[in-house]
Design a protein around this ligand. Structure first.
Ligand code: BG6
Ligand code: MG
Length: 216
């Protein structure tokens, strides 16, 4: 029998193909502000919440804005992002995502989503994944964003599973650090060079070997 009782999933870049839309929306804003922002810079923003991401971009350009302007910039970026995901559908699930969650449920694991995105409920709904989850953490309700463990701990609390009994999946370095800080088993999805602190890294969601993880 597996020691795991729950599976906790990041959303963007693990279940849904939305990481590109976040990048494109930030790049559009950065272009408008005259800040050079590359795909490489974007790697550090993955998993980071909206205001934290904005601060990182403004730092890259050495730009400062007051709080009201910052909120307006973050709202503008979110508008670009919502435009980009307006036609999102189950076709935008990452390959293997729905199968992975269904297999975790079939193995008796309770399942939750731990996304830094305030748009997570909307995306889960559009991607047709919402009914699969026992719990979706509210990114707006946790005190500290990733790499702090708060959002993963909110999931283990809600699922009534101790952290050591949680398997958690992430495509972002900040997310892997959050999982480790929560005392959970970290599974990276993406580049092993970026996600090297995870216990196991798979190149893509479709490559996850759940049976092997459950016996880890
Ligand atoms: C994370 C993404 O899941 O959510 C980040 O990896 C994004 O790129 C963050 O900035 C916040 O998303 P949102 O939808 O609340 O702006
Ligand atoms: Mg992600």
């Amino acid at each position: 029998m597996s020691r795991f009782e729950a599976a906790i999933f990041d959303l963007d870049g693990v279940l849904v193909d939305s990481a590109k839309a976040h990048f494109a929306a930030w790049r559009r804003l950065a272009d408008e502000l005259g800040i050079r922002f590359t795909e490489r810079d974007n790697e550090a923003l993955k998993g980071v919440d909206r205001m934290g991401s904005l601060r990182m971009i403004l730092d890259l350009g050495g730009r400062g804005f007051d709080e009201t302007e910052m909120v307006a910039l973050a709202t503008r970026k979110n508008g670009y992002y919502l435009e980009a995901v307006a036609h999102m559908s189950p076709a935008d699930q990452l390959p293997g995502a729905e199968d992975l969650v269904r297999s975790a449920k079939a193995a008796g694991l309770r399942c939750a989503v731990a996304s830094a995105s305030r748009n997570a409920p909307l995306l889960l709904d559009r991607a047709g994944l919402a009914p699969l989850f026992d719990y979706v953490a509210d990114a707006g309700a946790v005190a500290r964003g990733k790499p702090a463990p708060d959002i993963f701990l909110a999931c283990s609390d809600a699922l009534d599973a101790p952290p050591a009994a949680c398997l958690a999946f992430e495509d972002a370095a900040a997310g892997i650090d959050a999982i480790i800080a929560a005392g959970m088993f970290a599974v990276g999805i993406g580049d092993p060079l970026v996600l090297g602190r995870a216990r196991v890294v798979y190149r893509e969601t479709a490559a996850v070997d759940l049976a092997a993880l459950l016996s880890a």
